[in-house]
Design a protein. Structure first.
Length: 244
């Protein structure tokens, strides 16, 4: 059964031209327990005392129980995003949840995370939670974006990498060079789609068929990556996905 959460908007942060982070503080109940990868259902008020429902993946760590983060792409004429953009700090909003079966498995297998755009939201929560596992495992992120201007939280990813058990590759599908990227940061970028980054990864990783793969993003891209992994011989039981 879903829980209804009374919240207030605590922070609104611009990440790129059309992507924002919204942080909500829990009021009643004042804590949330969820599995990394799950989502909440926002109750977006409309005219005539009506409302619409919008599903948003939780981007924050499960350790952060008194508040949660959402990473949302603002789409022109999108009712949910438009409402949130106009919501003032300190104003209330109702959510139901948590819900969703796209969750991180607490196993001793290495994890490969594959995200496009704001599909990074549940993946971010998953990566942050791995430190609480009983197993010490390695994890890898391949994040697909069209342009360098759409990259956000790169510094946060670099901090995560300092653990020694995590690495990331941002795959830029429409860029032709990395001239805007500082010298040492170039190692974190690939020109091309996610499958290009994976091709290079598979060439130097003998045991990749034993890993778990978590995919989230645009429906067409998610299905394309799934088929790519199956063609590489990865078992369907090791591939988990969520379509945005």
């Amino acid at each position: 059964m879903l829980t209804t959460f009374e919240t207030v908007l605590e922070t609104k942060q611009k990440l790129t031209d059309d992507v924002y982070l919204f942080r909500f503080r829990l009021v009643r109940p004042d804590k949330i327990v969820f599995l990394p990868g799950q989502y909440l259902i926002a109750d977006i008020p409309q005219k005539n005392n009506q409302s619409i429902k919008r599903l948003y993946s939780i981007a924050s760590s499960p350790d952060q129980t008194g508040r949660f983060d959402l990473i949302i792409k603002i789409v022109e004429k999108g009712l949910g995003g438009s409402y949130l953009m106009n919501l003032d700090i300190g104003r209330p909003l109702l959510f139901q949840g948590p819900a969703g079966a796209f969750t991180l498995k607490n196993t001793d297998r290495s994890k490969v995370f594959l995200a496009t755009g704001t599909g990074i939201a549940p993946i971010k929560s998953m990566i942050a939670s791995i430190k609480n596992f009983e197993y010490k495992i390695k994890s890898y992120l391949f994040w697909g974006l069209p342009y360098i201007s759409e990259v956000f939280m790169a510094e946060e990813l670099k901090e995560m990498e300092k653990s020694g058990n995590f690495s990331f590759d941002i795959c830029l599908s429409r860029e032709t060079d990395l001239g805007e990227v500082a010298g040492d940061d170039k190692k974190h970028f690939t020109l091309g789609r996610i499958d290009k980054g994976l091709d290079d990864f598979f060439l130097k990783t003998e045991s990749f068929k034993d890993y778990e793969y978590y995919i989230c993003g645009n429906p067409g891209v998610v299905e394309s990556i799934r088929q790519y992994l199956f063609q590489k011989g990865i078992d369907t039981g090791n591939v988990f996905s969520e379509k945005f």
